[in-house]
Write a protein that binds this ligand. Structure first.
Ligand SMILES: Cc1cc2nc3c(=O)[nH]c(=O)nc-3n(C[C@H](O)[C@H](O)[C@H](O)COP(=O)(O)OP(=O)(O)OC[C@H]3O[C@@H](n4cnc5c(N)ncnc54)[C@H](O)[C@@H]3O)c2cc1C
Length: 415
């Protein structure tokens, strides 16, 4: 079969890898100049490793990703550190890594800390079969009921409001469960960066006589050149590429809201966060929702000895920040970076700024999402859809992209 795969992110490359291993003639179309989509990396002069444009790590239970890494010969190149997570609230940074941190969290009373630890433990052990029922309610109803209002207002509400903005109160509880269920204290990174894995996948596809065309957006006119097509870009783009979809199907896909990811990356001679990798900002007067210090996770020696820190945001597509230059965005963020680290006082050009926008990066799963979750099969004959709207109840991630890519390849092979 001649098969076109649209998108060279992890979903598209995984699908193409499996199909090419099964002797199918695969062509991957990627509109960008690089592999990787949302997980794509870049490398500056003087760096030994690539860095993802948006912060990335794997959990130690990301089986599909870790198996692929091993299968492609990178087992000995896996780094498995235990970087620190903290919460910024009321001008104070408090650790939030372990049950011990929950039980000593300074902004809660002792009974609240115990309650918090018990509810988190309950969510952690709840199996997926039972957790799916949680989609019938919203996190905004479930969390205050079981954690109590104070814990909800301090720990969870600011994160939901920061991440989901106007959709915060509608996100279903199964999404929150999945976030708690998945977390592992140790995280995994690949020496060299995610790009190394992506390149190895593309290399094998080519070895299996497939082709990977970068800088080549898939155009409608090419549809008849192929027996099957797998589309792995966001659903919104699918509805634009295939405008004559049945209205009910189009309405269903378009009813899933998406947020863009906007990340400002600072490359600095000094540390911004002392020793934390991940800092949740639980103060909604801040213009960003998290600070992620990559070089408190991976040694800065690989990046020209500079400290790399992201300031993270998820925003609706029409948010004014998505139209700003990196300098203007930095100007807005600067006084708040100073609140986190009063010693931070650098002015360009003593440090570098990078800004990355990830379009439609985060699907928002509302109540009873499983009823509208898209399927691989679409109303267009021989055209399959496989994207991050379909990995629910799990949240978007490269582990699920790899799993999804393999699954859609099986579906195409069966058909
Ligand atoms: C801020 C942020 C942090 C994240 N952190 C993590 C993390 O820590 N760990 C983790 O595992 N995951 C993380 N993720 C999620 C992960 O990056 C994504 O879930 C995953 O990369 C999605 O892969 P994909 O192939 O499904 O989609 P995408 O990566 O979106 O790939 C789709 C591809 O299709 C291409 N395309 C679109 N239109 C066309 C067209 N017409 N023709 C050809 N090509 C087209 C796009 O350019 C893109 O390359 C994060 C994402 C973001 C945004």
């Amino acid at each position: 079969m001649k098969i076109a795969v649209i998108g060279a992110g992890f979903t598209g490359l995984s699908a193409a890898l499996k199909l090419s291993r099964n002797n199918q003639k695969v062509t991957v179309f990627e509109k960008e100049r690089t592999l990787g989509g949302l997980a794509a990396g870049f490398k500056k002069k003087g760096w030994h490793w690539t860095l993802e444009k948006h912060y990335h790590h794997w959990f130690t239970n990301d089986q599909s990703a870790l198996s692929l890494i091993k299968e492609l010969g990178f087992q000995k190149d896996m780094l498995i550190p235990s970087p620190l997570t903290s919460v910024y609230f009321k001008k104070r940074i408090s650790p939030f890594n372990s049950p011990k941190d929950v039980l000593t969290f300074p902004h809660l009373t002792v009974p609240e800390r115990v309650r918090c630890a018990i509810v988190l433990a309950y969510l952690k052990i709840l199996p997926v079969t039972l957790a799916l029922n949680l989609e019938k309610t919203t996190a905004f109803k479930w969390l205050p009921k079981y954690f109590g209002n104070n814990i909800f207002n301090i720990l969870w509400k600011p994160l939901f409001e920061g991440k989901f903005g106007p959709f915060a109160s509608g996100v279903n509880m199964a999404w929150f469960w999945a976030r708690i269920k998945k977390r592992t204290p140790k995280l995994v990174y690949l020496k060299g960066g995610y790009q190394r894995l992506l390149e190895k996948m593309a290399e094998e596809i080519k070895k299996n006589k497939g082709s990977v065309k970068l800088n080549t957006p898939f155009k409608k006119e090419k549809i008849t050149d192929f027996d099957k097509i797998i589309f792995t870009a966001p659903s919104k783009i699918f509805t634009l590429l295939f405008p004559r979809l049945p209205p009910a199907y189009k309405k269903r896909l378009n009813s899933i809201p998406h947020l863009h990811a906007l990340n400002l990356l600072l490359e600095t001679p000094d540390k911004i966060l002392e020793n934390q990798y991940w800092l949740n900002i639980n103060d909604r007067s801040f213009p960003f929702i998290g600070v992620i210090a990559h070089t408190n996770f991976v040694d800065k020696i690989h990046y020209g000895n500079k400290h790399l820190t992201w300031f993270a945001n998820y925003l609706p597509p029409d948010h004014p920040y998505t139209k700003l230059t990196k300098e203007k965005l930095f100007k807005i963020y600067f006084p708040f970076i100073k609140k986190i680290n009063p010693r931070f006082n650098l002015q360009p050009p003593t440090f570098s700024l990078h800004m990355f926008l990830g379009p439609f990066a985060q699907p928002v799963v509302l109540q009873n999402y499983s009823k509208i979750k898209p399927d691989f099969k679409t109303p267009v004959k021989n055209v399959f859809l496989a994207n991050m709207d379909m990995v629910y109840p799990w949240d978007r991630g490269t582990n699920y992209a790899i799993e999804l890519g393999f699954q859609v390849a099986d579906e195409v092979l069966k058909s």
